[in-house]
Design a protein around this ligand. Structure first.
Ligand code: SF4
Length: 330
């Protein structure tokens, strides 16, 4: 199947006073049209940087692409000029971020912000910009699509008048104002309380299904990822370490880091169960460990793990980057 999003051997670094931080190190990732893929890993693993790389939000200085390519619908994203990028952002890839208050301007009404985005998408698509009245009608329609009540009245309200869940729905509406084929949701529920989280996740799942969108959902929470995604990609220190069908990953994790992440989740159905955190910390990416970046924390590390970086390869029906994946499978 042709990939809608195809990232291959993508390496990105940030240059700073202390040196060069190798934040993404040879990422290989494909997402097919209509597919739901989750990216999971501890904070600092490079998930959000990867999400922003898809629309080129991080590769200007201090960011620097060292190698690789990103293709979206067959087009070379890294070669796009500003016009093509403006079309990609909204008409190809739409993003939802973690904290809705940060991305909504507190001094403009919801309607004013949505109308501006709708007209900007018209311009990026090379069409005549809709008059504001027509853009306002489209804004009300998209607020209705994200199940917000009384969309017409809501257009005249300001972000501070809405609850956190409503603000996140407005951001989702904003993401849908173009004609995206891929929705990238970066920790979309982390800033919300638990009952609102479930509602927002259900809404994202419904919208993705209704509109036939591909979804790239980023979270440090395996429960959130498992609720919406059929495939899960596990990242550690800027690398993909496991890429598997969700059911297989939960049943039979094959990378020691994935096993550590699952062991760290409390099992509320078993009161005697003790969650075991992974010892140690994410490495400093200014000077990442040689060989396998996980080796300082890995209980299965051997000499080869320090000397040689493991390739991401097929083992047991999934891709795993571990020299000992066969031993673990056995
Ligand atoms: Fe552990 Fe070695 Fe596998 Fe890395 S390659 S995860 S250090 S066993």
């Amino acid at each position: 199947m042709t990939a809608l999003l195809d990232i291959s051997d993508y390496r990105l670094a940030f240059d700073g006073f202390e040196g060069r931080a190798h934040v993404l190190d040879g990422i290989d990732l494909r997402v097919a049209a209509g597919e739901s893929v989750g990216i999971v890993g501890e904070t600092g693993c490079g998930k959000s940087v990867l999400a922003r790389s898809i629309t080129r939000l991080v590769d200007t200085p201090p960011g620097r692409v060292l190698s690789g390519h990103i293709r979206f619908a067959g087009e070379d994203v890294l070669a796009m000029d500003q016009r093509a990028l403006a079309r990609l952002r909204g008409h190809g890839v739409a993003m939802i971020f973690q904290d809705p208050m940060t991305y909504l301007n507190p001094v403009f009404s919801i309607g004013s912000q949505l109308i501006d985005v709708i007209r900007a998408h018209d311009r990026a698509a090379g069409q005549r910009m809709r008059p504001r009245v027509a853009a306002r009608a489209a804004a009300a329609e998209v607020l209705g699509a994200v199940r917000l009540p009384e969309p017409d009245r809501l257009l005249d309200r300001y972000p501070h008048e809405l609850s956190g869940g409503m603000r996140q729905r407005v951001l989702i509406a904003m993401a849908l104002t173009g004609t995206p084929r891929l929705l990238v949701a970066d920790e979309p529920t982390t800033a919300l309380d638990v009952t609102i989280q479930a509602q927002v996740l259900r809404l994202i799942g419904e919208l993705v299904a209704e509109r036939g969108l591909a979804l790239l959902l980023i979270s440090h929470d395996l429960g959130v990822i498992g609720a919406l995604c059929r495939r899960i990609v596990v990242m550690y220190a800027g690398t993909v370490v496991e890429d598997a069908d969700a059911a297989a990953l939960f049943d039979r994790p094959r990378h020691p880091y994935t096993r550590g992440l699952l062991a760290a989740v409390p099992d509320l159905a078993r009161p005697d169960h003790r969650a075991r955190p992974i010892p140690g910390h994410i490495p400093n990416l200014l000077a990442p460990p040689p060989g396998c970046r996980f080796h300082p924390r890995c209980p299965l590390a051997v000499a080869r793990c320090i000397a040689e970086k493991p390739a991401l390869r097929e083992v047991d029906g999934r891709r795993v980057a571990c020299h000992r994946a066969e031993d673990i499978a056995a």
